[in-house]
Design a protein around this ligand. Structure first.
Ligand SMILES: [Zn+2]
Length: 93
């Protein structure tokens, strides 16, 4: 069983969590000034990294909080978890 370390609750089993996609996606500051390609990139296009990637996760069957995680997509190993709005830990990206 894979354990995920919720930054609010501690280690819990993976079935308590939901994947929320790529982390650190920033909405354009002035959406009316961006072209269609930039808007489509923001809405639809995500990285598909083989290796370490920053992801959003929710402890949906626990505290309900969202947080970010650095996870290896090849081994599924979580390298770090950190709160939304925080930068990824140095040296891991
Ligand atoms: Zn939690």
């Amino acid at each position: 069983m894979l354990l995920i370390n919720c930054p609010f609750c501690g280690a819990r089993e993976e079935h308590e969590f939901h994947y929320g996609g790529q982390a650190h996606i920033t909405r354009p500051a002035d959406p009316e000034q961006v072209d269609d390609k930039a808007w489509a990139d923001y809405l639809y296009y995500r990285k598909n990294t083989l290796g370490l990637q920053a992801e959003r996760w929710q402890h949906s069957f626990g505290c309900g909080q969202w947080f970010n995680a650095l996870r290896c997509s090849q081994t599924h190993q979580f390298k770090a978890v950190y709160k939304m709005g925080d930068d990824a830990p140095e040296g891991l990206q």
